[in-house]
Design a binder for this molecule. Sequence first.
Ligand code: ADP
Ligand code: ADP
Ligand code: ZN
Length: 226
Amino acid sequence: MTAKNTPTVLILLGPPGAGKGTQARLLEEEFGLVQLSTGDLLRSAVAAGTEAGKQAKAVMEAGALVSDDIVLAVLHDRMEDPDTAKGVILDGFPRTAGQAEALDQLLSRSNQRVNSVISMEVEDGPMIARVAGRYTCATCGEGYHDQFKQPAKAGVCDKCGGTEFKRRADDNAKTAGARLTAYHAQTAPLIAYYEGRGVLERIDAMADIATVSRAMSDAVKRVMAT
Ligand code: ADP
Ligand code: ADP
Ligand code: ZN
């Protein structure tokens, strides 16, 4: 049973393009949890030119996984921040068995554990198009897609009115293919790992954003109620 006074730890598991970031932001708003994206943390480290960022840059551009040590260091720093007290949505972490074990150890130090893992189930083929068409608001980070999620007014962010947008260097068809390969080799085995612990829930993430959101929200409500 989840004690009400311990933070909820929710993991979103899925390949690039599955919708982890999109759904994490919606769950953040609905449940007051904080999204922790290791991809975002690593991109900030690269932009800031830190030692970790320097080491991660080429690996990310190639679509491979950054070493567990670097990822754990950036995540650990972020988890110390007080805003994570109510609970966190881990988006893109853990991605290897070593990271999953390190997470268990980190949580156990504060009597926490992983409460729920949502596996966002998708087909590989359409993920290339999702990744290649992705862009975000440069001001608030809201995610968009050339075809699947356009702002209501062209060129203006729905959330903040910003008019500048950006695309990630690794969001091209070639690198997306490498990232899918890395997902199947190194991350997909975590589905069985968490299923064995009885915390896994599978969601059909091929549906449209609103339908996936309802399924995710129902799953999180069940977890938060226990
Ligand atoms: P991830 O964080 O898993 O890599 P994102 O949430 O960034 O995925 O979504 C990838 C792209 O696909 C974004 O441009 C997003 O707007 C779009 N997208 C997300 N979910 C869906 C969906 N269910 N159907 C269609 N497009 C989606
Ligand atoms: P996506 O949303 O498309 O799944 P992310 O933003 O989560 O992509 O990750 C982008 C890149 O950052 C990955 O391809 C990888 O190089 C690196 N990265 C992010 N999270 C991790 C992690 N937990 N372990 C190793 N590398 C990571
Ligand atoms: Zn915005």
